[in-house]
Design a protein around this ligand. Structure first.
Ligand code: 13P
Ligand code: ZN
Length: 271
């Protein structure tokens, strides 16, 4: 059996949480990540017949039965994941009933998966229907994205359009735009269901006055989506109170989208 602490998926979780912490996106226990793993790869590191304990999830994830995820723990600080992954992370498999998580590794102090597991697993189910290669769901509280929520209308078309205007790369990186939910009670099945519904259409979903969700094929892609929104939100927050003299025009965004061959939300432009 190979050493789990050297597994690429554990290393990636450590590196990503550390990055997010250092960027100031994930204060205290803010943020959570879930990463769908390849069973064969996990079997090189863990005996998959050994279940440490079973944890009820409180919702139905039948479409994910047998699937294995590495997930950040609830109440755990991103700044601590790298130095103690076995306490701050867990590897779970969805049991045959669809409503129980079998713990295969981690949560060493008796802890459990993030309180946002409904939003994560429901988003995985929604994204896998659209893109069978989706692997990562990431939630974070990036500072400028959050600040923008207080001074910009929480409207999908308007917020996407503003973000696209802020950096030339935006329409190319997230041509599908950004979904927006109003403020909702977090950690519930309801916010999970609402997030998953948006994830049928978007890879990025803003939780009003809370943070953002991203979904993608790889850790880099998912991180990059949130990072690009956060950069655009930063430019917005640096300029929103100043007279606007220049802007990227809608026709220029179309030219970008066409050059890079991306399918973009035409209805989010004002042409
Ligand atoms: P957890 O500590 O349960 O992951 O919650 C953090 C968070 O960001 C809630 O939305
Ligand atoms: Zn949060």
């Amino acid at each position: 059996m190979k050493n789990i602490f050297e597994a690429p998926f554990v290393r990636e979780m450590c590196a990503t949480t550390a990055n997010m912490y250092r960027l100031g996106w994930d204060e205290r226990n803010g943020g959570n990540i879930s990463y769908l793993l390849d069973e064969k790869e996990v079997a090189e590191y863990l005996d998959l017949s050994k279940v440490i304990r079973e944890i009820p999830t409180g919702f139905d994830a039948k479409a994910l039965i047998g699937k294995i995820f590495i997930v950040t723990g609830t109440g755990k600080y991103f700044k601590n994941v790298e130095k103690d992954p076995e306490t701050n992370l867990g590897i779970i498999r969805i049991k045959g009933d669809g409503t129980t998580a079998e713990l295969l590794w981690g949560y060493k102090d008796g802890g459990k998966f993030t309180s946002e597991l409904p939003a994560h697993l429901m988003s995985h189910m929604a994204r896998l229907k659209v893109d069978p290669e989706n692997r990562v769901v990431m939630h974070s509280h990036p500072t400028n994205t959050l600040a923008m929520n207080y001074v910009h209308e929480l409207d999908e078309k308007k917020i996407t359009h503003t973000l696209w205007e802020m950096c030339t790369e935006c329409i190319v990186v997230f041509p599908d735009g950004v979904g927006v939910l109003p403020w909702m009670l977090c950690g519930t099945n309801s916010i999970g269901e609402a997030t998953a519904k948006k994830m049928e259409e978007f890879r990025l979903v803003i939780w009003g006055m809370h943070g953002i969700y991203g979904a993608g094929k790889t850790m880099d892609e998912t991180f990059g989506l949130i990072e690009t929104v956060e950069k655009a939100a930063q430019i917005y927050m640096l300029t929103a109170h100043l007279p606007r003299i220049n802007t990227i025009k809608d026709e220029e965004m179309v030219a970008l989208a066409e050059l890079f061959g991306v399918k973009y939300r035409k209805d989010f432009l004002n042409l």
